[in-house]
Design a protein around this ligand. Structure first.
Ligand code: NAD
Length: 351
């Protein structure tokens, strides 16, 4: 066994029901006295609960998915004008992404308080969008110094969004099996992530107001993001990135639809990995495990339901082929990729 694994430097605090005190402690540890609190209007009430215990100098509400550059610029100006010395972001991947955009140019430390299962808080990846072009990059300045997970903050996340976002996290686990830098440590984290996410998401849908499902799912989402940050984007993420950019599809739902098709495509070529994914699902095969979970969750099924046009299948083939990572377990051809995209578009069973 020969490999190099890089562990990212970050504190992670699991504090169910206790975010205000936990976030205040992380901010105090940074010796910050002028905080910019970033939160979209949809979670303003959650941010209010945290603000009471923090030295807030600026509240910033303008959050847009995929972080358009003008939105990032306005947030950076607000941080500079308020002479802030730390950022606290409360929200999903879009909010964390905005805080990262500010950290990228200012070097300000971030305390991230996630309210979805997107996992951006545990990666050093930033993303910015100009027009229709999304650019991503890796920079140590954007990795939040601390994460505070409090499952009670996710009580108001609608079940449908919880399912899509949780399957987005599951996609991080699955792609960590064969991402370009995937190593045995990533896989170990990802197998445990699959177990926690499949148990957690089933519990969230069975009892949306109960805390246990959300706690398990947050734990799984964190493991998923740590594995993914190390392994890098595999075939699944390359496909979703192309489709999301070309057809302006919603992030979490796109991942939720595409995932079973990529799993069915790659798993047969890596039997030992397949066996361990199946074990993590508690199922005879990996695909059967994911299919059963998706059935329980009433998961999103077809890309056509989210606005992808039918002629998009043919249009997406060349850009996906150009982005396929070297070393993908199954060789990707125009023919098998077209079949995969067609199945995801129409919502048929994975081939
Ligand atoms: P999101 O942050 O846009 O949130 C989706 C919706 O849910 C929003 O309307 C939001 O206001 C609402 N919401 C969030 N939390 C809520 C709560 N607790 N209660 C009620 N409503 C709530 O979507 P997302 O899927 O979390 O994040 C997607 C973005 O994150 C994309 O831009 C994606 O590229 C990025 N992302 C980045 C990374 C990375 O490593 N850089 C990883 C994953 C995702």
């Amino acid at each position: 066994m020969r490999f190099i694994h890089e562990t990212l430097p970050q504190r992670v605090v699991f504090a169910p029901g206790a975010a205000p005190a936990a976030v205040a402690a992380e901010v105090a540890a940074l010796k910050a006295t002028q905080v910019m609190l970033v939160a979209a209007p949809a979670v303003a009430a959650l941010a209010d609960r945290l603000a009471a215990d923090l030295p807030v100098a600026v509240r910033h509400h303008e959050v847009v998915m995929h972080v358009p550059v003008d939105v990032a610029e306005r947030a950076r100006k607000a941080a500079t004008k308020g002479a802030v010395d730390a950022l606290v972001c409360v929200g999903g991947g879009s909010t964390t992404g905005l805080a990262k955009a500010v950290a990228l140019t200012t070097g300000l430390p971030i305390v991230a308080v996630p309210t979805t299962y997107a996992g951006s808080e545990a990666t050093n990846v930033w993303g910015l969008t100009e027009g229709e072009v999304k650019t991503t990059g890796v920079d140590p300045r954007v990795l939040p110094r601390s994460i505070v997970y409090d499952a009670s903050l996710l009580t108001g996340l609608p079940v449908e969004m919880s399912v899509a976002s949780g399957l987005n996290a599951l996609a991080h686990c699955v792609d960590s099996m064969w991402g370009p830098r995937a190593d045995p440590i990533d896989r170990a984290l990802a197998f445990e992530g699959i177990r926690a996410l499949s148990e957690g998401l089933a519990a969230v849908t069975a009892d949306p107001t109960g805390p246990e499902g959300r706690e398990q799912t947050l734990y799984g989402a964190y493991l998923a993001a740590v594995a993914f940050a190390s392994a890098g984007s595999g075939l699944h993420h390359r496909i979703c990135h192309v489709l999301g950019g070309m057809f302006d599809l919603p992030h979490a739902q796109t991942h939720a639809v595409v995932l079973p098709h990529v799993l069915a495509f790659n798993a047969p070529a890596v039997p030992e990995t397949e066996r361990r994914i199946a074990e993590a699902f508690g199922s005879p095969t990996a695909v059967a495990g994911l299919t059963a979970l998706r059935g329980t969750l009433h998961a999103p099924r077809a890309l056509r339901d989210y606005g992808m046009p039918k002629d998009g299948i043919a249009r997406a083939v060349a850009p996906v082929l150009a982005a396929v990572p070297a070393g993908n377990p199954t060789a990707v051809t125009e023919e098998n990729l077209t079949a995969l995209l067609r199945a995801a578009w129409e919502g048929s069973d994975p081939v």
